[in-house]
Design a protein around this ligand. Structure first.
Ligand SMILES: NC(=O)c1ccc[n+]([C@@H]2O[C@H](COP(=O)([O-])OP(=O)(O)OC[C@H]3O[C@@H](n4cnc5c(N)ncnc54)[C@H](O)[C@@H]3O)[C@@H](O)[C@H]2O)c1
Length: 334
């Protein structure tokens, strides 16, 4: 049994509390939150755990092996650093921190202390994303060419970080995960309409060394609730629509072939449109898979898929995006 403590049990953190309370191999020992109302509600729900606002008491308890950090993003660094310093395996919600310098410090600290550091890049545990990843590795889509992401809704409007830092970590992590690479440059344009200096909408382009590309559109000021990833390959195209209840993946047997015409000796483009496949995708809550992966990584002493380095590479891209936003969309090299 791995004894765990969740720090931050707000809108998202309570899902982590639920999962770490239910996961086999995990004993939820503490939930720590500064909000009195949140603590009262948790006390009734999780009588087996100590519900507290005293983080230092959690860290001082030698029986606690793992700390799960789901406080607001600006506090990730401080809370995670304290957990690692106290010798606890640490899971941090996305984004790992708000600067690459801080993320690198956490990665180095975890390395030095031989502790597991994992970041909550949830979509890397989503069966639909794993299906896309398999299609790429099996050569089913041909050569992967480009990706585009739409993550739009009305709300939640954050005050500390902009839509890029709040929403795009998922898309950046999936782009790097699917392409198994990090971009060489980022350009981003956006606007702050509701709060000064906090962009509500961002359009970004990630370029990869070999010409692959990912476009990311994030907004919390939009009439549509869309969470969609489109992957275009040289042979097939795949769409992952996370708003669909069951048919989350559509594979389009569509493409274009450039061939030299034997008659004219001129290159001709032929368009292909074939069937649309709706593969059956495994069900289950990706967050449950993610939480269990963290526990398993600790137990087996293996590197989690979304380890600290993965968190760091996403933060570097987010940082470059911020710099580009400040420079009016100029590409920033990584
Ligand atoms: N993986 C995902 O899909 C996903 C989705 C939403 C949010 N998140 C991430 O989860 C984190 C929390 O987001 P949220 O929407 O739940 O925010 P929230 O504001 O609803 O909750 C944050 C909670 O942390 C508590 N808190 C703050 N500082 C604390 C401290 N020092 N000690 C103890 N408790 C403290 C607050 O009291 C609050 O209850 C953020 O990092 C966010 O990026 C991830």
């Amino acid at each position: 049994m791995i004894s765990t403590a969740v720090v931050g049990a707000g809108n998202w953190g309570r899902n982590l509390v639920r999962n770490f309370a239910a996961a086999p191999g995990s004993q939820l020992k503490y939930v720590c939150d500064l909000n009195e109302k949140t603590r009262q509600a948790l006390k009734a729900q999780y009588p087996q755990a100590t519900i507290t606002d005293d983080y230092s008491a959690v860290l001082a308890d030698a029986s606690v092996q793992a700390v799960v950090v789901a406080v607001d993003a600006p506090y990730h660094y401080k809370i995670a650093r304290q957990a690692l310093e106290a010798g606890k395996h640490t899971y941090v919600e996305k984004p790992l921190t708000l600067s690459s310098k801080d993320s690198k410090e956490l990665v180095d600290l975890a390395e030095k202390k031989k502790l597991c550091l994992m970041v909550g890049h949830l979509l890397e545990y989503h069966p639909a994303v794993l299906y896309m990843k398999d299609m790429i590795s099996d050569g089913d889509i041909g050569k992967p060419l480009y990706l585009y992401f739409q993550r739009l809704n009305l709300g939640i409007v954050r005050k500390a970080e902009n839509a890029w830092w709040s929403l795009a970590p998922h898309d950046v992590s999936v782009a790097c995960f699917l392409f198994d690479a990090e971009p060489v440059s980022v350009s981003a344009s956006g606007q702050a309409y509701l709060q000064q200096g906090i962009e509500d909408v961002v359009f970004a382009n990630l370029k990869f060394a070999d010409g692959r590309m990912a476009h990311i559109h994030v907004s919390w000021l939009d009439p549509h609730k869309i969470r969609k990833v489109t992957l275009v390959g040289s042979q097939r195209m795949v769409v992952f629509d996370d708003m669909e209840a069951s048919e989350k993946i559509r594979v389009y047997d569509k493409g274009a072939d450039v061939k030299l015409s034997v008659e004219s000796y001129v290159e001709a483009i032929t368009l292909r449109t074939g069937d649309i496949l709706l593969p059956k995708i495994a069900g289950g809550e990706p967050l449950q898979t993610e939480c269990r992966h963290f526990l398993e990584s600790i137990e087996k002493n293996t590197r989690p898929r979304s380890d600290g380095n993965d968190g760091l590479r996403v933060v570097k891209v987010l940082e470059a995006g911020s710099e580009s936003l400040a420079k009016g969309g100029q590409p920033v090299n990584l």
